[in-house]
Design a protein around this ligand. Structure first.
Ligand code: SF4
Ligand code: SF4
Length: 166
């Protein structure tokens, strides 16, 4: 598995290839089979991986909250929801995004200060165990520039599809 600090450079060297593989999958992959392949790789690769030693996603993305999650996290932090929004959130068209990157709840040891009530956007990333991956391949390619697991998944899928690397 590639080291978290090396993912960006590794992606840059194969960016064109990854977008070409995305196009290949779009044209050739069966939707259900691809979901099964992602799910299998997701389980296999995350099973023994310690995300606290990486946290690239917490540094690269802004966590986003559903309205009901704002209440949970503000209560956890013993703040009013309004104060939490004023201090931490950008609201646009009903979308609540953390206003700071890297995430201010990321601890030095790689833990999450709001672990028990972190939003689903954090829990679910990188979404590779969700259905309909064929229609989310652009964001998956973007994740190959951030997440070592997704980078590895894409490399293994290229092998499974016998993708002709340029
Ligand atoms: S809330 Fe926690 S899991 Fe989500 S980005 Fe911040 S540190 Fe990472
Ligand atoms: S989900 Fe991916 S990017 Fe986020 S901490 Fe885990 S391995 Fe790293």
């Amino acid at each position: 598995m590639i080291e978290p600090s090396k993912v960006k450079d590794a992606f840059n060297s194969i960016e064109v290839e990854n977008y070409a593989f995305r196009a290949y999958l779009k044209n050739h992959a069966d939707e259900n089979k691809l979901d099964e392949q992602f799910l299998k790789l997701h389980k296999e690769l995350f099973e023994s991986y310690d995300c606290s030693q990486c946290r690239n996603c917490c540094k690269a993305y802004s966590a986003s909250f559903e309205k009901y999650e704002l209440g949970q996290v503000s209560a956890f932090l013993k703040m009013s929801e309004n104060d939490f929004i004023k201090k931490y959130v950008n609201e646009e068209y009903g979308d609540y995004q953390l206003n700071v990157k890297p995430c201010c709840f990321l601890k030095e040891d790689g833990g999450c200060a709001i672990e028990t009530c972190k939003p689903n956007s954090c829990r679910d990333y990188p979404y590779t165990d969700k259905p309909e991956r064929l229609f989310s391949l652009l964001s998956i390619v973007q994740s190959t520039s951030i997440c070592p697991i997704v980078f590895e998944m894409f490399e293994r899928l290229k092998g499974e599809y016998k993708f002709n690397r340029k």
